[in-house]
Design a protein around this ligand. Structure first.
Ligand code: SF4
Ligand code: SF4
Length: 350
């Protein structure tokens, strides 16, 4: 399919002729009908790349970080979260019972909807769609490249004024590789800056396809010890480190993001090993290293999805302690000649 979005923006090829028109058509070609699953689109973000940005959250992740605060991002398919406290009761409301395709799919206790009786929650999407209180919440929606780009391009003037553009996040932003690459390509066709937030756990071929359309990559590094990486995230780190090298070697600008989790990866030993790797193995060629504090977020979402919260026994240190620790870790990594900062708010160097 051709770029309906671009043509709708009033810069279509009608005003061009001959070779220029042909080149324009080739340039504006991207597959608007390609589908993927997205669980959120946030406009006016200022922390996920330069300028004002629209962040598209792609559903699905191949890691299982025990500190993940976005459990709704992990499965690729749409899911329904259940918040029984928000249900006003099947006696007063009952909208979901009328929409449900089979009577026994919803679990009702004391006149409140408390669960789903299926491992295919997508069959209950009609119930969630009619719930007036948010007691049934849908995460994830099948959409197309064209639909996403229509929303993204509605803020074109803000990108042009601020140097912003499109950021893909997740989950893992490249897990639906064809869909993600097509979005990046569409953004470039439309003249937008692109950023990708990635945990880097995929085959190198995915990067081969995405790199031509990637202006800035935010790359997670979770742990330098592969055994510990596997323990905390479910996967080893060798492929992740190889992919990081590949991105850096391509000349794409890279920001490293490290979630600093006390007692897990937030140790001097791990962060020194990370600094040494970045200097020795990739020549320090990253524009910034962001050390991000861990907070116990997402507990309610785990419960809504019927998932156990892996960090339930974790005792977070007081705020002044973790703030001090992160500042000290940033200073320690900076001593290796790296641009390490506490948090995600610092300006990214040009
Ligand atoms: S539609 Fe929502 S609020 Fe109404 S009964 Fe169902 S779960 Fe409860
Ligand atoms: S990589 Fe991110 S989204 Fe995936 S499990 Fe880890 S924290 Fe969650």
């Amino acid at each position: 399919m051709f770029c309906e979005v671009h043509e709708a923006s009033g810069t279509g090829s009608a005003a061009l002729s001959g070779e220029a028109a042909q080149n324009h058509i080739m340039m504006t070609e991207y597959d608007t009908g390609l589908t993927g699953t997205v669980f959120d689109i946030q406009r006016f973000s200022v922390h996920d790349g330069p300028g004002i940005r629209t962040v598209v959250f792609i559903k699905g992740c191949s890691l299982r970080c025990i500190w993940c605060s976005n459990p709704e991002s992990i499965k690729r398919r749409p899911q329904i979260g259940i918040y029984p406290d928000r249900c006003i009761g099947t006696g007063k409301c009952g909208e979901c019972l009328e929409a449900v395709p089979a009577a026994d799919l919803l679990i009702v206790k004391e006149r409140k909807v408390v669960g789903l009786n299926t491992d295919r929650p997508e069959v209950c999407l009609p119930c969630a769609a009619v719930c007036p209180t948010g007691a049934l919440k849908v995460w994830g929606e099948k959409t197309t490249v064209g639909e996403v780009m229509t929303e993204v391009l509605s803020d074109r003037q803000f990108y042009e004024e601020s140097g912003g553009g499109l950021t893909l996040s997740g989950g893992e932003s490249l897990i639906q590789a064809r869909f993600a690459v097509e979005l990046l390509k569409a953004a470039h066709v439309e003249g937008l800056n692109t950023c990708v937030e990635t945990a880097l756990n995929y085959d190198a071929e995915v990067l081969d396809k995405a790199l031509p359309y990637m202006d800035l990559a935010y790359c997670d590094l979770k742990h330098m010890d592969s055994g510990a990486h596997k323990r905390f995230t479910g996967v080893a780190n060798e492929r992740i480190l190889e992919n990081l090298k590949k991105i850096v070697d391509s000349g794409t600008r890279v920001v490293i993001r490290i979630p600093v989790v006390p007692g897990h990866n937030g140790t001097e030993e791990n962060l020194r090993a990370t600094a040494k790797f970045l200097v020795d193995d990739i020549g320090g060629n990253v524009v910034q290293i962001q050390l991000l504090p861990f907070r116990k977020l997402g507990v309610e979402k785990y419960a809504a999805l019927g998932m156990p919260y892996p960090m339930k026994d974790f005792e977070a240190p007081p705020r002044d302690v973790w703030e001090r620790d992160i500042r000290q870790f940033a200073a320690m990594m900076s001593a290796y000649g790296l641009n390490a900062v506490a948090g995600s708010g610092a300006r990214i160097p040009k």
